[in-house]
Design a protein around this ligand. Structure first.
Ligand SMILES: [Zn+2]
Length: 406
């Protein structure tokens, strides 16, 4: 039984066309009210309300996160289950420069369109839309994964706006560090010998990182910033603090890097007589796409008229907690172009692009591709089995995963 035979595909397009105005309004509302990690109360309420009004049963405040939600619905009784994952957090200081307004709305739109198309076609299936806060920092998907939210899902899908449309995205494993050096204040002219200079400690650490960088493996990254650098030019800086990220293509090399990273900061403390506090925050895993989902979703991206690029693995990559999701459930995270090629996210240009009319056209085309791929998972048993087989063959996968029909 194919999706086309049920007319599901045509109905998905019809629902998205009919809902265009409302979906664009939701996306622009999120864009114009940027909220950072775990403070996304307005965006969470907006998306939860949208899903509720389209027949979803919505639970908010799940997995110990105020701004997370799980929305469930079924078209008949039981059947396979597909998850769509919403993100809606903004960047500190830069607003929606990663376009999460488009991600959150696209996933909700895909869920709404798929549910309605399945209902109208009489195909039994279950749709779950998961609201995942704090993608930029914090990692909202990690507690959701730990709580088993995706263990009974046959696939998880989420798109990302980009400057290129691609079926497959790569992402680096990543560790988030918060650091501070504490020394002793002194009159910088009168009694410099009485001071212990916390800015010198950071300069030491920064130079250590910069020298280390030339020995790193391909693709590894280390970068950060200083938040407190001192208080006045006539005082020996008593305290400096900030954040860093270490990133690598796999968790094993990231651990090697983290050992060295800590040693560099400890050496700087030792060299200057400062006290170091180094707090290791959240870890994101690398992203492992389901190849079977990727091939099918690629065909749908082509079919909806997006100009898809051939992918060079690891070309211009970041990190995402979708990586953690990809270890827990068959996952695909395609990208959809909303700008000219060469405009990178986390820039002012990208934030402006995420609010344009053409970005919303791309968002809805991408949502259609996600919904069509989900429809195939639900209505095409051989495809669903192939997705499952590809995932269960992986030794690294989360052992608790069973899919909808264990
Ligand atoms: Zn981002």
């Amino acid at each position: 039984v194919t999706v086309a035979a049920h007319g599901v595909a045509d109905r998905i397009h019809a629902v998205l066309a009919a809902q265009r105005t409302e979906l664009r309004h939701v996306s622009l509302d999120i864009h114009s009210h940027p909220e950072t990690a775990y403070e996304e109360t307005r965006a969470c309420a907006t998306l939860a309300g949208l899903l509720k009004s389209h027949g979803f049963d919505v639970r908010r405040g799940v997995s110990g996160m105020e701004t997370a939600f799980i929305a469930d619905a079924e078209s008949g009784s039981g059947g396979p289950r597909v998850a769509y994952v919403c993100e809606y957090d903004a960047l500190r200081g830069l607003g929606h420069a990663c376009g999460h307004n488009l991600i959150g709305t696209a996933s909700a739109a895909a869920g709404i369109a798929l549910l309605q198309a399945l209902r109208e076609s009489g195909v039994p299936g279950r749709v779950r839309v998961v609201g995942s806060p704090a993608e930029e920092t914090g990692g909202g998907k990690i507690p959701l994964v730990t709580d088993g939210v995706f263990d009974d899902c046959d696939a998880a899908l989420i798109l990302h706006p980009d400057d290129r449309t691609m079926a497959v995205m790569w992402a680096l494993a990543c560790t988030h560090w918060r650091w501070s050096f504490t020394g002793r204040a002194a009159h910088a002219a009168g009694d410099p010998d009485q001071g212990i200079n916390a800015l010198d400690a950071f300069v030491h650490a920064y130079n250590g990182v910069s020298l280390w960088r030339q020995q790193l493996k391909d693709g590894a990254r280390v970068h950060g910033f200083i938040e407190e650098g001192g208080t006045a030019p006539n005082i020996i800086p008593e305290r400096t603090s900030g954040e860093f990220l270490t990133r690598a293509r796999d968790a094993a090399y990231l651990e090697e890097m983290n050992t060295r990273f800590r040693a560099i900061f400890e050496a700087a403390a030792s060299a200057t007589g400062c006290v170091l506090e180094l707090e290791r925050g959240d870890d994101y895993r690398d992203l492992r796409s389901n190849a079977v989902l990727a091939e099918r979703c690629g065909a749908h991206l082509d079919a909806v008229g997006l100009d898809r690029r051939e992918v060079t693995p690891w070309d211009r990559v970041g990190s995402t907690d979708v990586g953690d999701l990809s270890y827990a459930c068959p996952t695909l995270h395609p990208t959809v172009a909303i700008t000219e090629e060469g405009v990178s996210c986390h820039t002012h240009e990208f934030r402006e692009a995420a609010a344009t009319e053409s970005a919303h056209d791309a968002m809805l085309s991408g949502a259609a591709a996600l919904a069509l791929t989900g429809a195939d998972v639900i209505a095409e048993p051989s495809f669903r089995e192939a997705v499952r087989a590809e995932f269960t063959a992986q030794p690294w996968r989360r052992p608790d995963w069973a899919g909808s029909q264990p």
